[in-house]
Design a protein around this ligand. Structure first.
Ligand SMILES: Cc1cc2nc3c(=O)[nH]c(=O)nc-3n(C[C@H](O)[C@H](O)[C@H](O)COP(=O)(O)O)c2cc1C
Length: 175
């Protein structure tokens, strides 16, 4: 059976993107990880790599991704792009091989504001295809998280829920 991994690209203990990723995972029986489990991890630099090699947690992250056939990632938006915490693991992983291992990726994002991390989604969609995603199967933006998501039931807006399900279905077909 094909295996899908979902996670929020944030190290916040209250991450709304982690909540969205976990909600999405329930619909497709995906496994989930928490990015906090891959920290501490040294900040990437060529000096760090030369002197100390790959950090254990960066290797753990890369190896974890290698075990999956598709990915659902909800990227938190920090200043218009993905978080430094994700980018750091991503930089290390990119030194080890193809980060997404020639597998399909659904790019998601949510934010407290009405743009729903739209700037970051565009950035991630454009970037990730160059780091070994076989295909970006689609994007999903959840705007105004606090208005459209409940901890008990997940996405509360019917149209947005239908859109998420459609995107998850597309990913499943590509896996
Ligand atoms: C340093 C920083 C930069 C941020 N930049 C943006 C931004 O550019 N656009 C946006 O919509 N929200 C921005 N936010 C708000 C985040 O969307 C919000 O903190 C969200 O909860 C982050 O996702 P997370 O909870 O999954 O970590 C920023 C927050 C921080 C702390």
């Amino acid at each position: 059976m094909k295996k899908i991994l979902a996670f929020g690209a944030s190290t916040s203990s209250t991450s709304i993107n982690q909540q969205l990723a976990e909600f999405a995972a329930q619909h497709i029986q995906a496994d989930t990880i928490d990015l906090r489990d891959f920290y501490p991890c040294a900040m990437y630099s060529t000096d760090e790599e030369k002197e100390n090699g790959f950090p254990e947690n960066a290797v753990k992250f890369f190896e974890k991704l290698k075990a999956y056939d598709g990915f659902v990632v909800s990227f938190a938006e920090h200043n218009g792009t993905y978080t430094a915490a994700f980018k750091n693991l991503f930089d290390w992983a990119s030194r080890m091989g193809k980060v997404w291992n020639d597998k399909p990726l659904l790019v998601m994002g949510t934010s407290p504001g009405p743009r729903g991390a739209a700037t970051m989604i565009e950035a991630a969609k454009n970037r990730m295809q160059w780091n070994g995603a076989s295909e970006i199967t689609g994007t999903f933006s959840l705007p105004s998280f606090q208005d459209n998501f409940s901890a008990e039931t997940g996405i509360t807006d019917d149209a947005l829920l239908a859109e998420l399900k459609e995107q998850l279905h597309k990913l499943e077909q590509a896996v």
